[in-house]
Design a protein around this ligand. Structure first.
Ligand code: ZN
Length: 408
């Protein structure tokens, strides 16, 4: 968990510094703020599904065209496009990852490949409904840090309709994102039809590389087959067996860390509160341990990042205070006070995201494993409960970081 928080900050820094790439996962993450603009948004997305949903219209070499039904008007369909960028380089990276191969390691598993591709390919998107334009989503997608608008860039900011620039896409594209996992076998077929030759070529190269590696390994008397694991960060066949082993150990350490049990405890606490039950002190303190680590990580990162020392000054002060509160209640061992500290901590804002969203983003950042997906699920439920309880403020208190920073 620890290492991950740090990685998140590094990543945030990278994005702020202007790395221009957007994956569907990035856009979906930005979309999370949409309920601040439209509290009823999830219901509206559902309605799109009920009215007629999403239909695949046409598959091009690089883009997919969908028809998506209006959530309000009968027989009205909008056109949505997902264009994939730099397809061959990402395929090369993925195909050469042996963990995406079939069990017998004879070839790449197209379904695994498709699902990784869907999450990791860079995209440009659009929907031709009025909402996508009117509420500023085209403008948001056009911004340099996303550069994800399909077609011409929109330069007019939604000053009146969406001044804080919440969300990233209309309900149709949101419905499409939710439907995409169900298109996995279609994506697999599409990859085979349009990029089958490239894939084969990369497979041959990967086999050669692997054979070379295997030979070297045999000479050293080592077992070389990498452990099967679909969630991958590394994309090359590992060059040294020992390196792979270290990576594995690190990963499992994270799984066993305070993050997982803390997330579960946090969910239990809020689940109890929601049902008017007193949460158990064990859960409260367990969740506090996780929050303590989160705050400590931020403060450590802050000291390392000179360029944020002025920018994040206010946030730093708040984070320092939260950490002190947490530590004080851990010493005092009073569950009531600990619960207050926990609740304040989870509702603290970091720039333009509350801590709870920050935690979700952090776990999502690194191709989450099954256990980590479970953690995300718990965090999401907590976030829903906080919203329901009216605990989660709708706007960042930090003027410098609010989404309305354009021009102001
Ligand atoms: Zn739309």
């Amino acid at each position: 968990m620890r290492r991950k928080f740090n990685m998140l900050y590094q990543l945030a820094t990278r994005i702020i510094d202007g790395v221009k790439e957007a994956t569907i996962a990035n856009v979906a993450r930005k979309q999370r703020t949409i309920t601040s603009l439209f509290p009823a948004h999830p219901g509206r997305v559902q309605k799109v599904g009920h009215m007629g949903g999403v239909r695949l219209d046409k598959l091009g070499t690089e883009s997919w065209h969908f028809k998506i039904h209006s959530g309000t008007k009968k027989s009205v369909w909008y056109d949505a496009v997902i264009k994939f960028l730099n397809i061959t380089p990402i395929l090369e990276k993925l195909v050469k990852d042996r963990r995406l191969w079939t069990r017998d390691k004879s070839k790449v598993d197209l379904r695994l490949l498709a699902s990784e591709f869907r999450n990791r390919a860079e995209v440009k998107i659009t929907c031709n409904c009025p909402c996508q334009q009117y509420w500023g989503f085209n403008y948001i997608l056009s911004k340099d840090k996303y550069n994800a608008k399909y077609g011409d860039k929109e330069t007019r900011s939604p000053k009146v309709r969406n001044p804080h620039q919440y969300g990233a896409v209309c309900k149709h594209l949101d419905a499409l994102f939710k439907a995409l996992p169900f298109y996995n076998s279609t994506i697999a077929r599409w990859l085979d039809d349009f990029y089958g030759k490239d894939i084969e070529e990369f497979e041959v190269e990967a086999k050669k590389e692997f054979e070379k590696f295997k030979k070297a390994g045999e000479e050293l008397g080592k077992k070389v087959e990498p452990k099967e694991k679909p969630e991958v960060e590394k994309t090359q066949v590992p060059e040294e067996n020992s390196e792979e082993a270290t990576e594995e150990t690190k990963e499992s350490k994270i799984d066993e860390s305070v993050g997982y049990s803390g997330a579960k405890a946090l969910y239990k606490v809020y689940h109890d509160i929601e049902r008017n039950i007193d949460p158990s002190p064990e859960d409260i303190f367990e969740a506090l341990n996780m929050m303590e680590e989160y705050y400590r990580d931020y403060l450590e990162w802050y000291h390392k990042c000179a360029e944020y020392k002025t920018k994040d000054k206010e946030i730093y002060k708040a984070y320092e205070k939260r950490l002190q509160e947490i530590r004080a209640t851990k010493i005092g061992k009073d569950p009531g006070k600990a619960l207050v500290a926990l609740d304040t901590a989870i509702n603290q804002w970091h720039r333009d995201y509350p801590a709870i969203v920050h935690l979700i983003m952090d776990v999502e950042e690194l191709e989450p494993s099954a256990r980590e997906k479970q953690m995300i699920g718990w965090f999401e439920k907590v976030s829903q409960i906080l919203t329901k309880l009216g605990r989660l403020p709708e706007e960042s208190p930090y003027a410098d970081y609010s989404m309305s920073s354009t021009g102001k």
